[in-house]
Design a binder for this molecule. Structure first.
Ligand SMILES: [Zn+2]
Length: 288
């Protein structure tokens, strides 16, 4: 990642209050946990969802046995799968489908993300299963890769938070090694300008979603596509230079996000003088 996205338009605490008011079963449990659950949501907002500052509620404090605590954990998790007639259903649908994003804010890959991720996993924080600021748009590939390990082995925050972590720059550079018609290697690296604790957080985040392997695969097809575009451009009566052409594509990609995969790729090409020389004057493959 990647990209900061705007907070949900619906209020998290108000939504929790409405969800709690809808409950018809396990009223004793909900009565006993309501205040702490509201406090938990407020604490989450105050601490920007930082898991080093927000601890899961212990459901044994609101139940008589371990067995009942396990059952109420499922009850809380099930709040995330409401019937269409219940209040959070439409809110969750809106958050999944009306975010207006053209890329996944977790990884930067193209495409409108169709799922919501529990930033702090609902298996560990079942009380936050319908806390809206804990639900962030995510692509299904990230969703499949992201584990429930919300802390690193050093007990640091493991993932960037799309609502709260500011990303103001492109974080990555791709080294594209010759031969340029069939590059031997695309290696993705974090820029030197990414430093300190933030660098550790980004490293942990991208490892958790298998970012490197995924973007390398993308680079291969993107690169072949660029060679093809360059070959076509040379046929034009007034061909643009590689720099002109790529700046134009880069501008489009950056409109999505600074760390959209296309933006990372095209910026990296512009930062590779030898590759630009090849694109302008080198022999392009004939199979294009
Ligand atoms: Zn993703």
């Amino acid at each position: 990642m990647v990209a900061n996205v705007t907070l949900p338009s619906d209020d998290s605490l108000e939504t929790i209050n409405t969800v709690l008011a809808e409950r018809q079963k396990f009223l004793g449990f909900y009565r006993s946990i309501t205040n702490d659950l509201r406090d938990q949501v407020e604490s989450y907002i105050e601490h920007n969802g930082d898991p080093t500052l927000v601890q899961p509620l212990n459901l044994r404090n609101y139940t008589d046995t371990d067995v009942i605590a396990a059952k109420r954990k499922k009850t809380l998790i099930n709040l995330y799968s409401p019937k269409p007639t219940k209040i959070p259903f439409l809110i969750l649908e809106k958050m999944r489908n009306e975010h207006g994003l053209l890329f996944c804010p977790s990884c930067g890959e193209d495409g409108a993300p169709g799922t919501l991720d529990h930033y702090l996993p609902k298996t560990e924080f079942p009380e936050l299963s319908v806390c809206l600021v804990n639900l962030t748009p995510m692509c299904s590939k990230c969703q499949g890769k992201k584990s429930d390990d919300y802390l690193t082995v050093d007990n640091e925050k493991a993932f960037l938070h799309p609502y709260y972590d500011q990303i103001d720059d492109c974080l990555f550079h791709i080294n594209i090694r010759p031969p340029f018609n069939n590059p031997s290697c695309f290696s993705i690296e974090l820029k030197d300008s990414v430093t300190g604790d933030f660098r550790g957080l980004v490293e942990s985040h991208i490892e958790g979603i298998d970012f490197i392997n995924r973007i390398e695969g993308y680079c291969e097809s993107k690169h072949l596509h660029l060679l093809k575009l360059m070959a076509e451009e040379r046929e034009d009566e007034e061909p643009l230079s590689a720099e002109q052409l790529i700046r134009r594509y880069l501008r489009q990609e950056k409109k999505k996000a600074l760390n959209a995969w296309g933006a990372i790729y095209y910026q990296s090409v512009l930062d590779s003088p030898d590759l630009l020389v090849h694109l302008n004057d080198g022999q392009l493959p004939e199979y294009l």
